[in-house]
Ligand binder design. Structure first.
Ligand code: AHQ
Length: 234
């Protein structure tokens, strides 16, 4: 139970407000991302972030497939499956994972050195694996709730795009396609995840567990950034 929760369910607005309150712990405020958006990262640090974040990106479809496998509702599955196609594409050479590899190439990394995880630091691996395990083992609505960090992401993507264009012109603009795609995909995904969570979390207990799931995910993203920050110090 989240400390201090009442024994009666919140109204929808109160519940969503409690979810949104976690934006204070969202990784857009992590010092590494703050330095990134201020143009204070060098090529080595940016490449380290890109190579390590690839492990997060390539695991997103696997965590979404875990949610699909635990979800009994075909209406939810029909919409949730779009996330997998967004990342895997409909055929080789398409999708978000491919776009991230193009970001890597634009930053001077090879596809091979990103895909073989030679730059992957332990803390990133453990944070991502904890997220995938969470979505495989927790009730599917809690796993859906953990994706709601993207409630806070639209501004993050727009800010990041502007920062890369302004401060890192040595990264070809074509490499930023992934971030552009998220500008539309993230709000669409969030809207659906919020619908699912508000429709299913009708008791104080289920709402507290959804809020805890979002809190856990904030910790996943924050500790992932701590590991990158430590491996690629300013
Ligand atoms: O590129 C990101 C993405 O596809 C997703 C899916 C979603 C989820 O289901 O957990 N979260 C997420 C995120 C992506 N990018 C992160 C970033 O900072 O680039 C933000 C991250 C998130 O907010 O969880």
């Amino acid at each position: 139970m989240t400390a201090g929760t009442s024994t009666t369910a919140r109204t929808d607005d109160g519940f969503v407000e409690a979810l949104r309150a976690h934006s204070r712990r969202y990784h857009d405020q992590h010092p590494f991302h703050v330095r990134m958006n201020a143009g204070r990262l060098g090529p080595h640090q940016l490449r380290g972030w890109i190579a390590n974040r690839f492990y997060y990106q390539e695991n997103i479809p696997r965590k979404d497939a875990a949610i699909l496998s635990n979800c009994p509702d075909p209406d939810v599955r029909r919409r949730w499956i779009r996330r997998i196609v967004d990342h895997d594409g409909q055929q080789p050479g398409e999708g978000g994972i491919e776009a991230w590899l193009r970001l890597a190439e634009a930053a001077g990394l090879t596809r091979e050195e990103v895909r073989d995880h030679r730059h992957l630091v332990p803390g990133v691996r453990f944070a991502v694996d904890a997220y995938v395990t969470f979505t495989r083992t927790r009730p599917w609505v809690e796993a859906v709730a953990s994706s709601l960090t993207e409630l806070f992401a639209p501004d993050l993507m727009a800010e990041r795009l502007a920062a890369f264009e302004r401060w890192y012109p040595w990264i070809d603009a074509g490499g930023l396609a992934y971030f552009r795609a998220r500008l539309d995909q993230a709000p669409r995904d969030c809207e659906h995840a919020l619908e699912v969570v508000t429709e299913h979390c009708l008791t104080a207990e289920s709402q507290a567990r959804a809020i805890d799931a979002l809190s856990f995910k904030c910790d996943v993203l924050w500790s992932l950034m701590d590991a990158i920050d430590r491996a690629y110090p300013g």
